[in-house]
Design a protein around this ligand. Structure first.
Ligand code: PEP
Length: 250
């Protein structure tokens, strides 16, 4: 999977225009899933552009209730009506800036699954945690609490995005070895909590300063199944990333 997280960028008309560029440039890439996640207010216009293409629509967040007194929130039912098929949950910016906890993230993941949306569940350690040797500890807590209560069938539908916080938007990418080590750890953890079949079937993306210059080395690693891309998804470089994936997949 190649997923572009546009974050709080592009107005609805800019998003529509860029989606149109992507539809043309990415036609024919069918060996992996391509998602773009525009801001909520651009989803409807982007849907019109991508609806008969190979590009799927993701949202950047959601709340776990259907409707009600939750000012400023958006429900999965609303997203589904706009053609959304996946939703990013627990992005480090949501955790850090908006105070999202593992418990809240768990509720959102469960609700997304109940509504048939694919959760793109983000995990990752801060620089301080890495420097203190806590990376695996942090990842284990986030995975265990984020996936708490999910059965084997459900967990297979979750996409996990390993996004070291120190690599997001910083230009400092994890080395392929660092990323592979974390992905391998997460997969082994899934095998421990569930079983080997689950561990092998869960898609694990890498995210954090992915560019066409560094992506090949990451994507060829055995446990890296694709990327969640921020900055480089806002430009033509997203197409370059798709080309790299296609060349590796053959
Ligand atoms: C992200 O926002 O998920 C991300 C990985 O951002 P960037 O690629 O800009 O580091």
């Amino acid at each position: 999977m190649l997923a572009g997280n546009w974050k709080m960028n592009k107005t609805p008309s800019e998003a529509q225009l860029f989606a149109n560029t992507l539809v043309n440039a990415l036609a024919g890439f069918n060996s992996f899933d391509i998602y773009i996640a525009p801001v909520f207010v651009a989803l409807d216009r982007v849907r019109e552009v991508v609806s008969s293409s190979n590009i799927k629509l993701a949202a950047q967040n959601m709340y776990y209730e259907d409707s009600g007194a939750f000012t400023g929130e958006v429900s999965p039912k609303m997203l589904k009506e706009l053609g959304v098929q996946a939703v990013i949950i627990g992005h480090s910016e949501r955790r850090r800036i908006f105070g999202e906890t593992d418990e809240l993230i768990n509720k959102k993941i469960k609700k997304a699954l109940a509504e048939g949306l694919t959760p793109i569940f983000c995990i990752g350690e801060t620089l301080e945690e890495r420097q203190k040797g806590l990376t695996f500890c942090v990842l284990e807590k986030q995975v265990r609490e984020g996936l708490y209560g999910l059965n084997t069938d459900d967990v297979k539908k979750v996409v996990i995005a390993y996004e070291p916080v120190w690599a997001i938007g910083t230009g400092v990418v994890a080395t392929p070895e660092q990323a592979q080590e974390a992905h391998e750890f997460v997969r082994a953890l899934l095998a421990k909590i569930y079983d080997e079949e689950v561990a092998q079937s869960v898609t694990i993306l890498y995210g954090g300063s992915v560019t066409p210059e560094n992506f090949f080395g990451l994507f060829v690693k055995p446990d890296i199944d694709g990327a969640l891309v921020g900055g480089a998804s806002l430009k033509e470089s997203f197409v370059e990333l798709a080309k790299i994936m296609a060349s590796v997949l053959g």
